[in-house]
Design a protein around this ligand. Structure first.
Ligand code: ZN
Ligand code: ZN
Length: 487
């Protein structure tokens, strides 16, 4: 059995879209597939470089060093804050120092939000303080706070179905307890209690809103995150309880006693605040106008230091770019790193990018964001609409198979939240699915700090990003179906 570089590239070279069915192949069929290499989407040289990038990343990348620097020297960096501006300065200095091309900030204006203070306590029947955090965007209470009786709902649907007379004048509590899944896919379902819940409650006359944190831990760290007020409902203050505090509320309520709560929020709106997307490139040697976008969001919530969300992604994607550059490789097309601003408060950086780059979105060949913490990649999917795209995807999957990444068959658009506005404009995406079983233990809490990250696992992510960004940027392949490229 041959091992190493040469054997791997020979093996990879012959793989076809039928790769997914490899397990079912007979040996004869496999050998004939390997013999016929004319359909391979990536050149042998390009594949050999991909294998080299993968192996170098696995031997150790700069990802951990980068996220440590960001979370130590900048710390928390709320969208539109002075701290987020310092993060942009940090990023510009780092990307220049690493020698990337076209390093720049693309600024945009936004309405920002500031947290000053918050608190909640049970006044009756069993007086005690509660561990809470204001939801991002929450309006303040009166200085003296707000006192009201609690009305409990097990799920958001229960609140939606509630008669207004049961909610009016009360603080609405919604449990909607998040469940742990490997791929984190339940977040979309559970976080609606946080994003949409406040206005649903206010529409029924609630004066305040309290949720069980959208998180899977059992620690006394409440999880923040954005809410989204509807234009036609009153804006009411909204807080999240840590999971043990939510348990406490539900235990007391199960005893049949009426619960009286006092809550206070001190926050302010900051109109016309500054944010920006920080960009760096490895210019394409043949088609610099064709772009593969990778990146992560630079802003974070204000409670922790934003290591898991999304310093990890900043480290992973920056280190992947660095690896390609350090190897002296010049891809056919441009690889563009975007460190997105103001993701947490509504993908504002992504929207600003889409507007600014509207004329060149058709030349965006592929996009992917790293925004799911530092867990290992276990699956790769891409929304390819062409046969060549399927072939190149099989090439990528074959290189990544060695580091525990399985090819997925679904072609649903994905690739990270900051890609959504680009997906809507027709940009194809590739998604590196990470193990997210622990992700929502830390997500948006004060416990999101750099000690939670594992360098080897970040390196595996770097390998995956470097391999696919390189192979796609160094190819001629289009993933867009006919008529699918209209921005
Ligand atoms: Zn994020
Ligand atoms: Zn987040």
């Amino acid at each position: 059995m041959k091992h190493g570089y040469e054997a791997m590239s020979t093996f990879i070279h012959g793989l076809k879209p039928g790769y997914l069915q490899l397990k079912k192949c007979s040996l004869a069929l496999l050998l004939s597939t390997l013999a016929n290499d004319t359909l391979a989407a990536a050149s042998p040289e390009s594949l050999a470089h991909a294998v080299m990038l993968r192996d170098r990343a696995m031997a150790g990348s700069t990802a951990m060093q980068i996220v440590t620097s960001l979370t130590t020297e900048v710390g928390p960096r709320l969208a539109g804050s002075e701290a987020e501006a310092r993060a942009r300065d940090w990023a510009l200095a780092l990307l220049n120092e690493k020698g990337f091309a076209n390093v720049r900030n693309e600024p945009f204006e936004m309405d920002a939000w500031r947290r000053h203070a918050e608190g909640a306590e049970i006044l009756a029947p069993f007086p005690q303080p509660l561990a809470v955090t204001a939801l991002g965007g929450s309006v303040p209470t009166a200085k003296s706070g707000m006192t009201a009786e609690l009305v409990l709902f097990e799920t958001l649907d229960d609140l939606k179905r509630a008669r207004p007379e049961s909610v009016e004048g009360r603080i609405a509590y919604v449990s909607h307890a998040m469940q742990r899944t490997q791929d984190g896919s339940s977040y979309g379902y559970f976080n609606e209690a946080r994003t949409a819940g406040p206005s649903i409650a206010a529409g029924k006359g609630a004066v305040g809103y309290l949720i069980r944190s959208v998180g899977t831990d059992s620690h006394r760290f409440p999880h923040t995150g954005s809410l989204r007020y509807d234009a036609d409902a009153p804006r009411i203050p909204a807080l999240a309880l840590s999971n043990p505090d939510a348990d406490q509320i539900e235990r007391i309520a199960a005893g049949g006693e009426q619960i009286r709560i006092k809550m206070n929020v001190d926050s302010s709106a900051v109109p016309a605040a500054q944010s920006g997307n920080v960009i760096a490139e490895i210019p394409g040697r043949e088609r610099p106008d064709e772009i593969v976008v990778i990146g992560a969001h630079l802003d974070s919530w204000d409670l922790g230091t934003g290591a898991v969300d999304d310093g990890a992604g900043v480290g992973i994607t920056t280190a992947a770019m660095e690896l390609i550059k350090e190897a002296g490789l010049a891809p056919r097309r441009t690889i563009r790193l975007v460190l997105w601003g103001a993701e947490e408060v509504g993908l504002l950086g992504a929207r600003a990018y889409r507007e600014r780059h509207a004329a060149s979105l058709e030349q965006h060949v592929m996009g992917s964001e790293s925004d799911f913490g530092g867990g290992r990649v276990w699956k790769v999917t891409a929304d390819s609409k062409t046969e060549q795209g399927d072939q190149l995807f099989a090439d990528i999957a074959a290189v990544l198979a060695r580091i525990g990444v399985a090819p997925g068959s679904d072609d649903l658009p994905g690739g990270g939240p900051d890609l959504y506005p680009l997906i809507a404009a027709g940009v194809p995406t590739l998604r590196l699915h990470q193990d997210g079983r622990d992700y929502f233990d830390l997500h948006h809490t004060a416990d999101d700090t750099v000690d939670k990250l594992d360098a080897a696992s970040l390196d595996q992510n770097v390998a995956a990003f470097a391999v696919f960004a390189w192979l796609i940027a160094d190819s001629h392949v289009s993933f867009r179906g006919v008529g699918a490229s209209d921005p």
